[in-house]
Design a protein around this ligand. Structure first.
Ligand code: XMP
Length: 535
């Protein structure tokens, strides 16, 4: 829903200075049931005042407080009367801005480091003592491991601050001016490797900023439904449903809000996994539990015709993206003028596109885009403030079946990018069957526990044919490649060390059960240099 709907809770503002962990900070805050938003550090101070955050966190970043690369921030930030926590670059900025001393060290410090909190500043008893202690470290022991990644360091705290922690290389690993609510840490509490990082962030938002911690997915869902109802009135809403998590959650949210005013168009382009089209129809179609209009466009042949003879991956993607839009437009035209178009945009997309200078989303990931010829007044993006795991949580709140909510990511161009070279109906069938076998075996191994350790696992069809022998006959058939990766962000990935037992069983089944496949290979490549998908 809109920022305003979400912000009716207390908000922590994460000001992004370009650090690689910016989203992680917001997620950690939300894990404390406090709503957090990420904005660029250039956000005007008047806007920040209007947002009325309960606290501000400065992220780390690649810049230095010195010279040309120093970022232009507004010093009025320090006059807002709002508690601030500076992390890494954010800590140095706070020191530099308020009169402390920052120096460039000869060597960068990177990795796990022991941090030692000064006596009197750690533990709950210190906070309750006459000297005051540090609220930030009230649940933290004297010595623990933290994650460091910096070259500059603070060597002298500004006036009014006390130094609360140090490491072997950092004389000021943490400092604070509790009276003004200013806290700074040179290390990264948001990173998992910082043993007590979560405790520190929780203390900042709950104790220093005094947030109530009442941000709940259930109430977010309720409020969103209410807000959608008010916005849409008796208007007509159109949603492109892929069966993926984001569009499914968006569709159910809309259907709960406006029922039959919503039409979901599901384009079955013949590039889905085995039985997937029927599974989507079973959930969202007329026999499913939801109150909405469902249109399934069975356009498999049309897509195969368009893809005939095309081998180049980018060209395949382009054809599929364009054709998808054309089908969607045709179906929309049949429905007539619609007022609102629903999109399943989620928060990482918003953050990435809003900043422009951090991680660039691969263009090929946005299959489709907006249709040109659909007449609608406005776009509704009900999930634009949620992270992926929160979208899943919202899905569960809405009663969407678990197998749909926890589906692994599936690319927009579908099996077309898991078939190397030309796509044909026969090849789609081969990869569908092989993939179904692989998924079935992975998911039944250790009662499903093993599958939960994998980020993605699937079969692809190479365009390699090789000689084999089956019974008394020579064969000249295709090779299937299996891929299973462990990843948390999908930007990097490790090939899973999948048990040999699974590989053997899957191999035997695929060569026996899938016609025209005579070899099975396992892809051991990491990303980078490879990507997760084959094309
Ligand atoms: P790669 O292959 O780039 O994939 O390592 C990273 C993640 O993105 C998914 N992916 C796509 N998703 N449209 C999508 O919607 C695409 O064109 C596309 N290509 C890759 C991939 O499945 C993995 O989760």
């Amino acid at each position: 829903m809109s920022n305003e709907t979400a912000r009716s809770n207390e908000t922590i503002l994460v000001l992004d200075f370009g650090g690689q962990y910016n989203q992680l900070i917001a997620r950690r805050v939300r894990e404390c049931h406090v709503y957090a938003e990420v904005h660029p550090y250039t956000m005007p101070v008047e806007e920040i005042r209007a947002m009325a955050p309960k606290g501000i966190i400065f992220t780390g970043g690649p810049n230095s407080v010195f010279g040309e690369s120093a970022l232009k921030y507004d010093p009025a930030l320090f006059e807002l009367g709002v508690p601030i926590l500076g992390i890494c670059y954010g800590a140095q900025l706070m020191a530099h801005a308020l009169g402390g001393v920052v120096q460039t060290a000869e060597t960068s410090e990177y990795g796990k480091t022991d941090v030692v909190i000064r006596d009197g500043y750690y533990g709950a008893s210190a906070v309750n003592s006459a000297e005051g202690g540090s609220l930030l470290f009230k649940d933290v022991p004297k010595k623990s491991v933290v994650w460091m990644s910096h070259t500059d360091r603070i060597v002298q705290a500004p006036e009014g601050f006390v130094v609360t922690a140090e490491t072997a290389d950092c004389p000021v690993a943490a400092m604070e001016d509790a009276a003004r609510g200013f806290y700074a840490v040179q290390f990264h509490p948001e990173v998992m490797h910082s043993q007590y990082g979560k405790h520190m962030l929780r203390s900042f938002v709950l104790d220093v900023c005094q947030c109530a911690g009442d941000w709940e997915m259930g109430s977010f869902v309720e409020k969103s439904i209410q807000a959608i109802r008010e916005k849409v009135g008796d208007g007509k809403v159109l949603c492109a449903l892929s069966g993926g998590v984001d569009s499914s959650v968006a569709a159910v949210l809309l259907s709960k809000a406006v029922g039959k005013q919503l039409t979901c168009v599901f384009v079955d382009q013949g590039l889905l996994r085995k039985d997937e089209g029927d599974q989507v129809e079973a959930v969202f179609g007329p026999d499913g539990p939801y109150d909405l209009n469902f249109v399934r466009a069975n356009v498999q042949e049309r897509f195969y015709e368009k893809l005939a003879g095309v081998e180049e991956p980018e060209q395949k993607r382009k054809i599929i993206g364009e054709e998808f839009i054309r089908v969607f437009e045709e179906e929309a035209k049949k429905i007539g003028a619609v007022d609102y178009l629903v999109q399943g945009t989620i928060y990482p997309d918003v953050i990435e596109s809003g900043l422009g200078d951090s991680a660039v989303i691969k263009s090929h990931h946005n299959v489709g885009g907006l249709p040109d010829h659909v007449d609608f007044k406005e776009i509704i993006e009900p999930l634009r403030m949620l992270f992926k795991d929160e979208v899943r949580q919202a899905g569960l709140e809405l009663g969407i079946p678990e197998n749909l909510v926890f589906r692994q990511p599936f690319p927009g161009p579908g099996l077309a990018i898991r078939i190397i070279g030309e796509v044909t109906a026969e090849k789609v069938k081969m990869v569908q069957e092989a993939d179904a076998i692989f998924r079935e075996e992975v998911e039944s191994y250790q009662d499903g526990r093993y599958a939960k350790t994998l980020g993605q696992y699937f079969a692809a069809l190479t365009n390699m044919r090789s000689v084999g022998v089956m019974g008394d006959f020579r064969t000249y058939d295709y090779a299937v490649a299996l891929r299973a990766v462990q990843t948390s962000d999908f930007m990097t990935a490790e090939a899973a060390q999948i048990p040999w037992e699974i590989l053997m069983r899957v191999t035997t089944r695929i060569v026996n059960e899938v016609p025209h496949v005579s070899r099975v290979m396992y892809d051991c490549t990491t990303k980078p240099p490879a990507t997760i998908e084959m094309e």
